[in-house]
Each structure stands twice: as structure tokens, then as C-alpha cells.
Design a protein around this ligand. Structure first.
Ligand code: KG4
Ligand code: ZN
Length: 407
């Protein structure tokens, strides 16, 4: 992710006058929204071909960056509710995430979003089996808000507490089903068996995580079992999207802005470099970013307006080619059965298209709404950890730099 520093924030604040600093009474966050592809459970008649929901429900809480999120998940896969309060509008004027603003907004939003998630799932805390919360990696001031809220709930309810790695949570977003069970008029939750769960990813699994803070290639040999093959040496893929969007004058967040601009651009217009880093499973995106910067400077010397669509499409093509090329090469090299791609950048349509266009490996990519940060994925990972016997104490601290290899 692109992080805003104090000097940049001062600049924005001076422009806007400090008096307009976001306050609880005029929060720019546009309220909470159910993630698309999920919907509140509502009263429906029991229909044939349904079965009751009766498994383990996990309440998930996510506040690692700039989304305040809560969700209730049944048996690791079924979404009963999934609520996200995005702070994107709040940070857009800074051109990136401003950490202190993020923490303060989490404080305002966390309790309403948890209440909403329970309400949409038609659950009380008494029907929940455990509370799973993101422990790291992430922004310290954001993580503590979710962590302390989870501890408060656990202290008051006696429920088990689980600290979850955010990268592991992104991986488990591929296990989630976007069609939730329905509540019948009798009040039972029913799963429609005519809407089967999507197939579970099969091990050994080659995992590519591409988010605002991470780009990692992982070999997952079984549930909760990870071998890190490589990672970015500099910028994360999402961070590159955010920074390049800024360079070519597109909005924040950069990923969706670049994708949109690319739609009318020519991916062959500019020949940007591909850092293959032969002999390693690492990535590097800073050379590509610098190449875009040089091109922008050259163009600005000659033209009044930048060919933003062509620049965006050419940049996007370079990122997608390397991500897809390395993921498939690693899957072959390590004998993976399937490929799983997750994290905010996996929402990118060009990347999804390129991954699905090949026939070498079955590919799992979460539905778009589950690619960016959400709490359903935290609850899903929480379920697999809970059933494996994990339980954390009330003295659990956040881990802002927690690598997946150390979970
Ligand atoms: O996973 P995520 O929500 O947060 C982190 O854990 O970092 O990822 C956010 C990142 C941002 O850098 C954003 O620009 C990028 O995901 N992103 C995209 C798209 N949607 C979000 N990048 C490319 N194309 C998209 N459609
Ligand atoms: Zn994330």
C-alpha cells in the first residue's frame, strides 16, 4: 500500500484547512456495506433440497489497514454475514493511507460493524463458537483497535480468542462461498444444496498473494502449512499500482483506477521492463515504476496531457505478465496440483483473465468482493486454526511485521 507521511498530510491539511479534519459527527466514510455477492439472511420458507446449518460459527474481525470489517462464517466456508466499512474516501484526499486517520476511524466504526455483522447473520454472541481477529501484519495503530475489541468481546463472553495472520486470511478467502444460507420462516438457517460450495483448492497448492503490502509466492502443502518460495524485493504489486496511478495522474486507490484507465489503452503502446529475476522466485516492481516515471517525464516535455490510458495499460500488462509467468513456472517446478491467487490485486480483471486463459493448472481466485480486505477471510482462517486446536490468551500482542512463515 502507499503510505502517506506527515509532510504530505500537512500539505493536504493546509489546503483543506485543519478545521475540516474528519470528526465523528461528519464522518466521510459512507457507512457500512454488505459485500456484494453476500446478502443479509432473510426469512424464507424451507424448500426441498436444503439442509440446516449447524456447524461452528466464527466471528471475524479485521482492522489491519483501512477497512473496518466484521463477519460471521459457518464451518470455515459459508458466509452468514460479511460487513466492510471502507475508509477509502477518507484517505483519497491524502493519496494514500494515513495511519493515524485510519486508527481513529477504526475506533469509530468497529462496534457498529460488529453489531451489523451479528445482526445480518441473525446471531447473538451465544451462537458464536470463537472470535478470530487479525493479529498482523498491518499498521500497528489499526491492528490494536481490532485486537482490543476482540479481547473485550472475549472477556465479556468467555469465547475462545484466535489471532490470525492477515496473509493466511487472504489465502482462505478462496475457501469461502459467496452464496449464504437463508433463514427460514421457522427461524432455522438452511443451506441450499442446489447451490453447492465451490470446489476446495487441492494440495499441494501454489499460492500467489498480491496485495497492497505483499507479493509472495508460497507452496501450501496442506491446511495451515506454508513454505515461502519468494517475495517482492521492493514494492508490493498493489503498492506499484498505487504509486504508478499517482505518477500518471489517476486517483486513489491506484489498482481500480489503473484497471479502469487500461480499458481504453493499448498494452503494447510502451515497452516497460519485466523483472524476471531468473533463478529466484522473488519479484521486483521498483524498476518498472522508475521506467514509468522516466516515460512520464519525457512525455511531459513534449505534450500537455499524458496518454494515461496507454501508460496504464502498458504498466498493467507488465505486472500481469510477470505475476502469471512466475506463478505458473513455480507451480510446475514444485509439482503443485492447483494455483490459488488472492489479495487486493487479484481483483484485477486483466490478471484474472490471464490466469484463467491458460489450461495448465486449475486456478482458484476469490470472488472480486473477497479479494480486498474483509473479515470473512479472517473468520475462515480462524475456523481452520480453531479446529486445529489453536487458542490465544488475553495477553496476545499484535505482530505488525508477522511473516507467514512464522505462523
Ligand atoms: O488486500 P488489500 O485490500 O490490502 C492489503 O492487504 O494491502 O489490497 C489493496 C491493494 C491496493 O494496493 C489496491 O490498489 C489493489 O489492492 N487493488 C487492485 C485492484 N483492486 C485493488 N490492484 C489492481 N487492480 C484492481 N482491480
Ligand atoms: Zn489485505
Amino acid at each position: 500500500m502507499r503510505m502517506v507521511n506527515g509532510a504530505e498530510m500537512d500539505q493536504v491539511m493546509n489546503q483543506e484547512k485543519a478545521s475540516s479534519f474528519p470528526s465523528a459527527s461528519k464522518s466521510p466514510v459512507s457507512g457500512t456495506r454488505p459485500v456484494s455477492g453476500t446478502r443479509p439472511v432473510s426469512g424464507t420458507r424451507p424448500v426441498s433440497g436444503t439442509r440446516p446449518v449447524s456447524g461452528t460459527r466464527i466471528l471475524g474481525i479485521e482492522t489491519s489497514c483501512d477497512e473496518t470489517a466484521a463477519a460471521v462464517i459457518e464451518d470455515g466456508r459459508l458466509i452468514l454475514s460479511n460487513c466492510v466499512a471502507s475508509q477509502v474516501e477518507l484517505h483519497a484526499r491524502f493519496g494514500g493511507v494515513f495511519p493515524e486517520v485510519a486508527s481513529r476511524q477504526h475506533i469509530r466504526t468497529i462496534l457498529p460493524i460488529i453489531e451489523e455483522a451479528l445482526q445480518q447473520a441473525h446471531m447473538s454472541l451465544g451462537e458464536i463458537g470463537a472470535v478470530a481477529v487479525t493479529r498482523g501484519p498491518g499498521l500497528p495503530g489499526s491492528l490494536v483497535v481490532g485486537m482490543n475489541t476482540a479481547k473485550g468481546i472475549v472477556l465479556g463472553s468467555g469465547l475462545p480468542l484466535l489471532g490470525i495472520n492477515h496473509l493466511e486470511a487472504h489465502i482462505y478467502s478462496a475457501w469461502l462461498a459467496a452464496h449464504p444460507p437463508q433463514r427460514t420462516t421457522a427461524g432455522d438457517m438452511q443451506v441450499n444444496e442446489q447451490l453447492p460450495l465451490p470446489p476446495e483448492p487441492r494440495f499441494p497448492l501454489l499460492v500467489l498473494i498480491v496485495s497492497g503490502g505483499h507479493s509472495e509466492l508460497i507452496l501450501m502443502k496442506g491446511h495451515l502449512d506454508y513454505e515461502r518460495l519468494g517475495a517482492t524485493l521492493d514494492d508490493a504489486a498493489g503498492e506499484a499500482f498505487d504509486k504508478v496511478a499517482r505518477l500518471i495522474g489517476l486517483g486513489y486507490p491506484g489498482g481500480p483506477a489503473i484497471q479502469e484507465a487500461s480499458a481504453s489503452g493499448d498494452p503494447r503502446a510502451f515497452k516497460f521492463p519485466r523483472a524476471w529475476l531468473e533463478g529466484s522466485w522473488d519479484f521486483s516492481f521498483s524498476g518498472l515504476k522508475t521506467a514509468v516515471l522516466r516515460e512520464v517525464r519525457d512525455l511531459q516535455r513534449v505534450y500537455d496531457t499524458l496518454p494515461a490510458a496507454d501508460l496504464a495499460a502498458s504498466f498493467q500488462a507488465a505486472v500481469v505478465e510477470v505475476l502469471v509467468g512466475k506463478a505458473f513456472k513455480a507451480a510446475s517446478a514444485f509439482g503443485a496440483a492447483e494455483i490459488l491467487v488472492a489479495g487486493g490485486v487479484s481483483a484485477n480483471m486483466a490478471l484474472r483473465g490471464a490466469l484463467h486463459a491458460q489450461a495448465d493448472f486449475p486456478v482458484h481466485i476469490p470472488p472480486i468482493a473477497l479479494c480486498t480486505d474483509n473479515a470473512a477471510m479472517v473468520a475462515s482462517a480462524g475456523y481452520y486454526r480453531f479446529t486445529a486446536g489453536q487458542q490465544d490468551g488475553l495477553d496476545m500482542d499484535i505482530l505488525p511485521n508477522w511473516p507467514l512463515s512464522e505462523v
